[in-house]
Design a binder for this molecule. Structure first.
Ligand code: SF4
Length: 400
């Protein structure tokens, strides 16, 4: 740990000590929860995700809590203390110091809720004290104040990115939380950013709900208060669609989808508006890791550079960084690692490594280790689709 930050970190400790800790979920309540919710660590595309607190009162209709059958759990509760969560993360077979990106509390709560925040800060402190230099992503749509920013600036080793979710949706049935909260938080976080970085997480963008010219120009205005802006669509999975139908909410799409829905015409409108805006806004990115890494001045950790059509909106300086870092991995090395993980290397092409027999989590393990896209032979990627659902795009062309 860097000794110079001790006083600041003592400050974090004081915040935690003076806060009331969230009660631990009892065994009897745990037995009623879906087993996935008890699985505190899950590998996702943006990194190993640690979710030791669950429950959220913010009630966004498209929340992933629908996927875990715990949408009704509105009061945050802890599954364990931070010390145990950090031990589980650092001993996780997929964790690599300095390499694996980490996401905190992004599955079933908002990390900046008053009751959750001290736990988030404590976790960040514990990670920082280990001298880890990994990316740590924190996503929130809630209040961020100057004191919070001081804590986030106090960490010496970890690369913290605060992603502020702002959609501009004003239909309260879809999103009960006022988007102005996120807008204010973004400004505050950006103004105070020193060691951490802020990203405007402009999502979900949904046709008919928040894709008017006014919505787009408001979001582009806000992009001035972020080091980078990531824009994306809605995860309209079947469980979320069921919730829309049973609550009489306006259905944005006719069918559910495994991937995020983001129609091509909408993307074109947004990019045209961004191009026409006055100087000063932060650059737009299609992928979270691209925005995060640009904000920190390092190459993308997901190897998106191989999917070159993703990069046509990226600033030249970042393209150069990614180009320099992006190298097809050594074949015997990938083959050996794929085998250790229980799968098989199929081929390495100029876009991706193609493997067989590895689930999503193991593919992400390889992807972050090599900084190169890892695709499953059975789930071919489609050119110019950027990993999005078919809704709103022309007939696909398979590429890997
Ligand atoms: S160059 Fe491509 S891969 Fe790198 S950050 Fe930009 S968009 Fe992402």
């Amino acid at each position: 740990m860097a000794g110079s930050c001790k006083n600041d970190l003592d400050g974090v400790g004081a915040v935690v000590a003076s806060s009331r800790l969230l009660p631990l979920i009892t065994d009897s309540v745990q037995s009623t929860l879906r087993p996935e919710l008890l699985d505190v660590i899950e590998y996702r595309k943006s990194g190993l995700s640690v979710n030791w607190i669950i429950g959220c009162p913010l009630d966004c209709s498209y929340c992933v809590r629908h996927l875990f059958d715990n949408f009704e759990m509105r009061v945050p509760r802890a599954l364990m203390r931070e010390e145990e969560a950090v031990d589980r993360l650092l001993t996780h077979p997929h964790f690599e110091p300095g390499v694996t990106p980490i996401q905190l509390l992004n599955r079933a709560t908002d990390p900046m809720l008053q009751a959750v925040k001290p736990h988030l800060f404590n976790m960040l402190r514990l990670l920082d004290e280990r001298g880890l230099t990994n990316h740590v992503l924190v996503i929130s749509r809630w209040h961020v104040n100057a004191e919070d920013c001081a804590v986030l600036n106090s960490f010496q080793n970890i690369k913290v990115t605060l992603l502020i979710t702002h959609s501009g949706i004003n239909d309260e049935r879809v999103e009960p939380v006022d988007s102005n909260i996120a807008a204010t938080s973004l400004r505050t976080a950006f103004e105070h950013a020193d060691r951490y970085r802020t990203v405007l997480y402009w999502r979900p963008i949904v046709p008919g709900l928040n894709d008017s010219d006014e919505h787009i120009s408001r979001a582009l205005e806000l992009s001035s208060y972020a080091h980078a802006t990531v824009f994306t669509g809605l995860f309209y999975k079947d469980q979320i669609r069921d919730y829309y139908v049973s609550n009489g909410l306006p259905e944005p799409y006719e069918t559910g989808a495994r991937r995020k829905v983001f129609p091509e015409a909408l993307e074109r409108r947004i990019l045209a508006a961004a191009k026409a805006r006055p100087a000063g806004g932060s650059p737009l990115f299609r992928k979270t890791s691209c925005g995060v890494t640009y904000a920190h001045g390092v190459a993308d950790y997901n190897g998106h550079f191989g999917i070159r059509e993703l990069c046509d909106i990226c600033p030249a300086s970042q393209l150069a960084l990614c180009a320099k870092a992006w190298t097809p991995p050594n074949t015997p090395e990938v083959a050996a690692m794929a085998e250790v993980l229980g799968g098989k290397l199929v081929t390495i092409n100029e876009r991706a490594v193609v493997v067989a027999g590895l689930d999503e989590q193991r593919r992400y393990r390889l992807q972050h280790h090599f900084g190169y896209q890892i695709h499953d032979i059975n789930k071919p990627h489609l050119a110019h689709r950027h990993g999005r659902a078919e809704t709103g795009w022309p007939a696909p062309q398979e590429v890997s």
